[in-house]
Design a protein around this ligand. Structure first.
Ligand code: NAI
Length: 682
């Protein structure tokens, strides 16, 4: 770990892969510093990482454990670095994140490769930097830059930060040599060594920035205590350093056991878990270089963009040239938009588009390793398309459908190779949303599933395995939630009361605003298709159907649950909608009553929890925690609440079960009440 080259000691952090600052590494850093400092031949010290990372920060598995707080704690290591009588220079390549960047901030100098990524992502885990980041960073880069970096949680490259004051040098090569030269230079200059803690901030400017930011916090940020805590900690950076450190520490320790921080840590680990197939299903993935996408509509074009971005060859197939032209145009406009916004270089976009083959010729399919069908949501249409795919795709190609609700087996079985067929359920917009449900049909081969999961990762998605059941995981739970919200309309709430309560819980949007946005006719069509098989005992709320019959299909027709004036939602529902709702209550013999926000939130969550337990019992979800990944990633469930399963596990079990029973009574005889043991304990 410690090597001496001439007058420079190089301490190389050695906890692969990303040098997380676990207890053992912290001990070794302090020991190496002691040795280097006491070596009379050493004039300066360089702290270096490996190619991947200077250091990615704290060891997350230590969070909230005694090891995290065992000496030397990170802050002790930092004090040791800062107090070293010989200059310590951080040589930053790869990533310097969280505690890793805080370690660099405590050094006397910082030299970075221009591609290095530096950031303080603690806020994304419901925390604030806890080892001086909120005190040292603003002193080095000023409050505006510090605030942006810490509040966004997103890293920036050394190239972007070159002028910020954070780095003494940004180099394109020879990192170690440059850092060593800088350490020699600082040794030459002598004491006092430059330390972030000795710098002063302009308190007036800093406070003005923070006051303005406090006003600007979004409702979702206000629900997460870390955002206000961050502003408090940063505010202290204009005062005495030690006091600031103490406040930062106290706030950090308060946040660590808070529910949002626990939920965010849980999501972090659960997401990683979700993208792994259960052991019994693990197999080698098939190789995929060329993807064919059938249907260049909203979804097909979006999927094409993410496949192109991932470096794959894409064949985009449509039924006629006009539709193909429209699809091609969607892709082109997307790239033009990114170029215009300065997010993509023109030559990179051109290289991506060069890998696209738009076509109406089905013979092109023979070149594809994987085919994704994204045509209309109609079983007969999809079956016809799959017969054609079967005729043209090469043996061994993986065949996927992007259906939202249809039976994957009914699609697979029209081919002569159902073992090669699976569902790949992307979410809209497909090039943005991270969730991908990978649907296992009755005969889907293990290597085909592995290929689906693998493709998801290649497309930088979060693939989650699901069984083949109506709505898979996400839409099935969302339907249960939406139904419950409709019950609440009949029971006495107005749409805006339900939406406001659920937004106050943290949902990105309320269910009725979402329904208006996606168009009520989608659900209306599905309801009509299901009418003949519906359980006659089901509590069926027909408010949506009534609205559709009156031409209120949502935002696109200027009215749905809400009216829209010049695209803006009118906050309260109008007399017509209220009359439709009141009539529905009357027909069911319900005396309308006021539902408060707490009841609305609880009923909506209970409905999700019940459905999650059913999905687990039916084997549709292989891990119940997958439900939480799906809801957070695909349906706007607040990440800092962890997901419905995490939420349920925070509740008192007896009360939960009691309320579930009440929910079942309100829902009528067709409601299946789930057993919660597996959900709460697995
Ligand atoms: P869309 O209507 O925008 O696009 C469908 C495209 O398929 C059209 O361009 C049409 O010309 C083409 N097409 C139809 N029949 C064809 C055939 N026989 N051969 C070749 N092309 C054909 O529909 P959208 O929204 O893109 O949906 C596609 C699929 O994705 C559906 O199964 C839908 O349920 C699913 N989906 C849609 C989501 C959404 O939010 N729009 C989300 C997730 C899945």
């Amino acid at each position: 770990m410690l090597e001496v080259h001439g007058a420079i000691a190089v301490i190389t952090l050695d906890n692969p892969p990303v040098n997380s600052l676990g207890h053992a590494l912290r001990q070794r850093i302090v020991a190496a510093l002691d040795t280097a400092e006491s070596d009379p031949g050493v004039k300066g010290i360089v702290l270096a990482g490996n190619d991947k990372a200077f250091s990615a920060g704290a060891d997350m598995s230590e969070f909230g454990t005694p090891l995290q707080l065992a000496e030397p704690m990170l802050r002790t290591v930092l004090e040791r670095v800062e107090a070293c009588r010989k200059p310590v220079v951080a040589a930053i390549g790869g990533v310097a994140l969280g505690g890793g960047l805080e370690l660099a901030l405590a050094c006397h100098g910082r030299v970075a490769l221009e591609t290095a990524k530096l950031g303080l992502p603690e806020i994304l885990l419901g925390l604030i930097p806890g080892s001086g980041g909120t005190q040292r960073l603003p002193r080095l880069v000023g409050m505006a830059t510090a605030l942006t970096l810490i509040q966004s949680g997103s890293p920036q490259t050394a190239r972007q930060l070159a002028e910020s004051g954070l780095l003494d040098q940004v180099v394109s090569m020879d990192l170690l040599a440059s850092a060593s030269a800088w350490a020699s230079e600082l040794a030459e200059r002598g004491t006092p060594l430059p330390r972030a803690r000795d710098r002063e901030l302009d308190a007036c400017v800093a406070q003005a920035i923070l006051t303005a930011q406090r006003e600007k916090l979004t409702p979702r940020q206000r629900l997460q205590p870390a955002y206000a805590a961050l502003l408090d900690a940063l505010n202290a950076a204009s005062g005495a350093f030690e006091e600031g450190l103490q406040l930062e520490r106290a706030l950090f320790l308060q946040l660590i056991p808070s529910t949002p921080a626990k939920a965010l840590r849980y999501q972090f680990f659960t997401e990683r878990e979700a993208s792994k197939l259960p052991l019994a299903l693990q197999a080698d993935a098939r190789r995929v270089d060329t993807v064919a996408i059938i249907g260049a509509g909203t979804m097909g074009a979006g999927i094409a963009i993410c496949a192109l971005d991932a470096g794959l060859n894409v064949i985009l197939l449509e039924q006629d040239t006009a539709a193909l032209q429209r699809g091609r145009q969607r892709v082109t406009e997307h790239y033009q938009g990114r170029i215009a916004a300065g997010k993509l270089k023109a030559n990179v976009a051109a290289a991506s588009e060069a890998r696209l083959t738009p076509s109406t010729d089905w013979a092109q399919l023979s070149r594809a390793d994987l085919v994704i069908e994204a045509v209309f949501e109609d079983l007969a249409v999809k079956q016809e398309v799959f017969r054609k795919i079967d005729a043209h795709a090469r043996p061994g190609a993986v065949l996927a459908t992007n259906t939202s609700y249809l039976d994957v087996d009914a699609i697979a079985n029209v081919t002569g190779r159902p073992q090669d067929v699976l569902g790949l359920h992307f979410f809209s917009p497909a090039n943005v949303m991270k969730l991908l449900e990978v649907v296992r049909g009755a005969q889907t081969g293990a290597d085909v599933l592995a290929t689906g999961m693998d493709l998801g990762k290649k497309l930088r998605k979060l693939p989650v395995l699901t069984g083949n059941a109506f709505g898979f995981i996400g839409n099935r739970i969302y339907n249960a939630y939406r139904k419950q919200c409709e019950f609440m309309l009949e029971d006495g709430a107005w749409p805006e009361e339900v939406d406001t309560a659920l937004q106050a819980f943290g949902f990105a949007m309320g269910p009725f605003a979402v329904a208006d946005l996606s168009g009520l006719d989608i659900a209306w069509r599905m309801r009509k298709a299901q009418a003949s098989t519906r359980d006659p005992r089901e509590r069926y709320v027909d408010i949506l159907d009534q609205l559709c019959e009156q031409g209120r299909l949502g935002r696109k027709t200027g009215a749905g649950y809400y009216a829209y004036i010049e695209g803006q939602q009118v906050k309260t529902t109008d007399a017509l909608v209220r009359r439709v709702i009141e009539q529905a209550s009357t027909r069911r013999g319900i005396h309308r009553r006021h539902l408060d926000a707490a009841e609305i939130q609880r009923r909506a969550l209970l409905a999700m929890v019940n459905e999650a337990a059913l999905l687990l019992a039916e084997g549709v979800a292989s891990r119940v925690t997958d439900v939480d990944v799906v809801l957070v990633q695909g349906y706007g469930f607040p990440r800092w609440e962890g997901g419905p399963v995490f939420w349920a596990r925070q509740q008192n079990r007896a009360a939960l079960e009691q309320d579930m029973k009440t929910l079942a009574q309100q829902a009528g005889p067709s409601f299946v009440l789930a057993e919660l043991t597996a959900l709460l304990t697995s």
